[in-house]
Each structure stands twice: as structure tokens, then as C-alpha cells.
Design a protein. Structure first.
Length: 132
């Protein structure tokens, strides 16, 4: 018998519930950002899988200067997110922010909506590669 191969962790599949672009404000000069509310199956909410998902979102939206993603464990919550709905808030499991202008990339994992101190913040910022 062959030894079992370890399960390779892959970037989870995601479904986009909402997609919109912010506009630049004169009050606060922030460039437009593409905002997504996506759902991911609950078993895929491991630290490793979400880091792979962040990398995948970076590639999938490579032409976007700024990207903001809210990560939900329920597709319906991703489609209709309402912070006054307890189920929607409990389904919000993380966020991903990418700013190619400043070079910042960050993943936040929300472990418990009642205890924000338990959230995990992962800085995915990479050093800029020298141009050749």
C-alpha cells in the first residue's frame, strides 16, 4: 500500500455577492477602490487557505490599483450585508485590502465577532521588486 499523500491546501473558491467601485472624494483624497463582498465555504477559513485566497485575489484583480474585500461564510450574507442583522455580522469572517499605490497588502481574519481582540491581522506586504 502507498502512504497517503498529505492534503495540499489550495486557495479556496469564492463567490462574489456584491461588487462596486468607490469614487474619489475631495474631502479625503483616496483613489477609487474596487470593493467585493465574497463568500467562501466555512471549512476554507483556515489561516493558510485564506493567505492563499489573498494571493489569488491579488492575481485575479491584477489590474486594480486598490482592492477591498469582505469575506463571508454565507453567500446570502455576502449579497445583502446588513450590520444590524446578527447572522450577517456572524458570517463576516475577514477582510483583505490591497493598495498597489502604497504597496500595502493585508489580510484580517475575524475569529469571533463578539471579541475583536481575537482577530488576526496578517501583513502580506511584499518588498517592491527592482525594475530590470
Amino acid at each position: 500500500t502507498e502512504p497517503k499523500k498529505p492534503n495540499k491546501i489550495r486557495a479556496p473558491n469564492y463567490r462574489i455577492g456584491v461588487k462596486y467601485r468607490t469614487v474619489e472624494s475631495k474631502a479625503r483624497p483616496t483613489p477609487p477602490t474596487l470593493v467585493l463582498q465574497v463568500s467562501v465555504k466555512p471549512p476554507d477559513f483556515s489561516r493558510e487557505a485564506l493567505i492563499l485566497l489573498a494571493r489569488r485575489l491579488n492575481r485575479d484583480f491584477a489590474k486594480e490599483e486598490r482592492l477591498g474585500v469582505l469575506l463571508f461564510s454565507d453567500f446570502e450574507a455576502a449579497r445583502r450585508f446588513d450590520p444590524s442583522r446578527k447572522g450577517d455580522v456572524e458570517s463576516l469572517r475577514g477582510s483583505y485590502h490591497l493598495d498597489r499605490i502604497t504597496g500595502r497588502e493585508e489580510l484580517n481574519i475575524f475569529l469571533d465577532p463578539k471579541e475583536p481582540k481575537r482577530n488576526i491581522k496578517i501583513d502580506l506586504t511584499r518588498e517592491a521588486k527592482p525594475s530590470s
